[in-house]
Design a protein around this ligand. Structure first.
Ligand code: 5BU
Length: 256
């Protein structure tokens, strides 16, 4: 029998992973919003209106045209108010020393505010060690990119398997994976899946979509990440509610 999110919280070494499983269970939402807009006010408005529906808000901080450090304070207030975690989709992919600086420093100071970040494993485990040096004491969590949603990507099954092995070496900092399908039955890993829409679509730049049902029920994902499926809809709030209900009902179905 499949374990509930609450049961899986008990298996986590990383305190943030534990917190996220509990948050999902308490708030009853396994939906993440990919808030891919280029303007701070628009992002804050999405965070405020859709915040009640989600467990995670995913950002690309470097696509904001009008970023200022005060924007982060506003976003943090909304994360507190609506109880969601902030995931900066930075996809670190360099040697440990460089990613440590990219994570902690620069104008964005990502480690100060992003509960979760992600990294490619292409450079080897130094990328994880470098990020852990800046993030572990702040009780942050790292997701490794094990698979991607885009057409013709180079993340082969062997690459995914080696990514899982690397994660196991650093299971106090790594909380799980960005993946299309679950990689193992170990209950502490969190699987987040981007490339999700209500029908199996594509965009014209290589993005490929699967449905929430396929992601959660067939592929064993925990959290679906939805961007344009919600933010490009006529009524983003009601669309988010629709995705939330489908994702949660599908999770409940997967427990039976
Ligand atoms: P969309 O609008 O739902 O297609 O947005 C998907 C988001 O997830 C977008 O921010 C991408 O950068 C991100 N993404 C993805 O689409 N596919 C992947 O494999 C990874 C990230 Br990793």
């Amino acid at each position: 029998m499949k374990l509930s999110y609450a049961d899986r919280a008990k298996h986590c070494k990383n305190p943030l992973a534990k917190h996220l499983f509990q948050l999902i269970e308490n708030k009853k939402t396994n939906l993440a919003l990919s808030a891919d807009v280029t303007n701070c006010d628009k992002l804050l408005s999405l965070a405020n209106t859709i915040g009640p529906e989600i467990s995670v808000l995913k950002t690309h901080i470097d696509i904001l045209d009008d970023f200022t450090p005060s924007f982060i304070n506003e976003l943090q207030k909304l994360a507190e108010k609506h109880q969601f975690l902030i995931f900066e989709d930075r996809k670190f992919a360099d040697i440990g020393n460089t990613v440590k600086h990219q994570y902690a420093g620069g104008i964005y100071q990502i480690a100060e505010w992003a509960h979760i970040v992600n990294a490619h494993t292409l450079p080897g485990s130094g990328v994880i060690q470098g990020l852990a040096e800046a993030g572990k004491d702040k009780q942050r969590g790292l997701l490794l990119l094990a698979q991607m949603s885009s057409a013709n990507n180079l993340l082969t099954p062997d690459y995914s398997k080696k990514t899982l092995e690397m994660a196991r070496e650093f299971d106090e900092f790594v909380i799980g994976f960005i993946a299309q399908t679950k990689l193992s039955d170990e209950p502490h890993w969190i699987y987040m899946t981007p490339g999700v829409q209500l029908s199996e679509n594509k965009d014209n730049l290589g993005q490929q979509y699967i449905t929430p049902q396929k992601a959660i029920l067939e592929n064993g994902s925990d959290i679906i990440i939805v961007g344009r499926g919600i933010i490009a809809a006529k009524d983003p709030v009601s669309e988010a509610q629709k995705y939330r209900k489908i994702a949660w009902d599908t999770y409940l179905q997967s427990l039976t």
